[in-house]
Ligand binder design. Structure first.
Ligand SMILES: Cc1ncc(COP(=O)(O)O)c(C=O)c1O
Length: 378
């Protein structure tokens, strides 16, 4: 057997090669039809995604970022409004809020789940005397659901909308139901590296509310259902038909890809158990499964960057999601949120390190990652 000397962060070619014929056939079908905008494949994908997520409706769009923006517009977020979210997320969560005209407001995360803390959310809501906060946007980071029961209870108490940022969590199940069915609307990303990824940018919105679904559909196409008649201000956020046709080939494989990620995660857990004073493996919350979009370690004692260098030197894919929490980003300097405002998010940004996990990763590749980390930890 060939000796392993490198492990990629992910390997889409390996994942898609067995589907080459079906993917090429999907491409050829669209090429021959000449129909590149919306059409039957987009409609069918939306039905299949809605069924997969167990939501009443799914609306396929250009990206996860646009899905978030559309969801905010669907609930009528206005300039002057505020939207509460986690500072420990990909910046798109926040830029969608800003691009909808609102101001982001943050509550810190739970250190175990990396997701929005319900207690901290309550503190922020209690202090919102002018009632400017109109919505909560919990993020299901890395593939594990946020603590939705207390968050939904707070939303009800304060009469707020809830938009789930489910961009990293397709297929994740919370005790109360699938991610994407818990809030008023949810946004998913189909970026190529996600657990279900298009061959380019794509995303979708889900909701159980038919009128919000209709409004999202309207917003997606310039606020128009009849050509050149515009009911509201929308944008062009349509998914490409070609992406829809390809995604229809990939979606039936998603469950088995998630299982492969979970099996690989369990193998890492088992082998890193003896290193718990130095690295903390992903903690599981009792109310959600984990679909392992990322397998993210916490590296303790200020040694994260040292381990990053060791992995890179040994040609092992590694990434920091995310090195700077949103409140400390230059783009939000006008909010005057200083270092120390959200200590758990800041600590996470200094400690997290994601290691290779993807469908098709072999045990030999994982052994090479494990051995490299064990040798470093000695
Ligand atoms: C948590 C989160 N929100 C939003 C997005 C934006 O999705 P997209 O890249 O499809 O626009 C991403 C994608 O990386 C994400 O991880």
């Amino acid at each position: 057997m060939q000796e392993i000397t490198q492990v990629p962060p992910l390997d889409l070619k390996r994942q898609y090669s067995p589907l080459a014929k079906e993917i090429t056939a999907a491409f050829t079908k669209i090429f021959e039809s000449g129909g590149f905008i919306l059409g039957p494949d987009v409609q069918a994908l939306e039905q299949e995604l809605a069924y997969y997520v167990s939501a009443k409706r799914a609306i396929a769009v250009t990206s996860g970022t646009d899905a978030l923006w559309l969801a905010l517009k669907a609930i009528d977020i206005q300039p002057g409004d505020q939207v509460l979210t986690s500072p420990f997320t990909f910046f798109a969560t926040v830029s969608a809020i800003c691009n909808a005209g609102a101001t982001p407001v943050f509550a810190d995360i739970c250190p175990d789940s990396f997701n929005l803390s319900a207690e901290k959310t309550e503190e922020v809501l209690k202090n919102d005397r002018d009632r400017k906060i109109k919505a909560i946007m919990p993020v299901h980071l890395y593939g594990q659901a946020a603590n939705m029961v207390p968050i939904l209870a707070l939303a009800e108490r304060y009469k707020l909308h809830v938009i789930e940022d489910a961009c990293q969590a397709i297929g994740t199940h919370h005790d109360k139901g699938a991610v994407g069915t818990l809030g008023h609307l949810a946004a998913f990303s189909l970026f190529p590296t996600k657990n279900l990824g298009a061959f380019g940018d794509a995303g979708f919105v889900t909701t159980n509310d038919v009128s919000l679904a209709n409004k999202t559909t309207l917003l997606r196409t310039h606020g128009s259902t009849v050509r050149y008649h515009h009911e509201i201000i929308g944008s062009n956020c349509r998914i490409d038909t070609l992406q829809a046709a390809i995604l229809r080939v990939l979606l039936p494989k998603l469950e088995s890809w998630i299982t492969q990620r979970q099996t690989a995660a369990a193998y890492y857990d088992e082998n890193f158990a003896s290193l718990k004073d130095i690295i903390q493996t992903p903690k599981r919350v009792p109310y959600s499964n984990h679909t392992f979009h990322q397998y993210t370690l916490r590296v303790k004692n200020g040694k994260r960057n040292e381990l990053t260098e060791v992995l890179t030197k040994n040609k092992i894919g590694n990434s920091i999601y995310y090195p700077i929490p949103c409140h400390l980003q230059k783009a939000l300097a006008h909010l005057n949120l200083e270092l120390g405002s959200f200590p758990e998010s800041e600590l996470a940004a200094n400690e997290v390190l994601s290691i290779p996990i993807f469908p098709g990763i072999t045990q030999e590749e994982q052994d090479y990652v494990i051995k490299t980390i064990q040798n470093w930890a000695k």
